[in-house]
Design a protein around this ligand. Sequence first.
Ligand SMILES: [Zn+2]
Length: 80
Amino acid sequence: MFKCEKCGRQTRPLEKAHFVTVATQVHTFPRRRDANTFKRGGGVEHTDDRGGTGEQIVKELRLGSCCALGAPAAQKPKSS
Ligand SMILES: [Zn+2]
């Protein structure tokens, strides 16, 4: 159970939370050397993470089903 962060109503037991992103920012991720490790041909290999630019979530609301259906840009519920 949790409180809906839009209307403040207490949700029912086992009700799924709907996370809705309300603010994002552009973030630049640095290049990381040997960041990815994997097995190939019996050996362990590493590759670099190229880094780059992407969006990062700054704020998201946890909504109950009371408000999630009418919320703009509603996303799939995440397990909580
Ligand atoms: Zn609500």
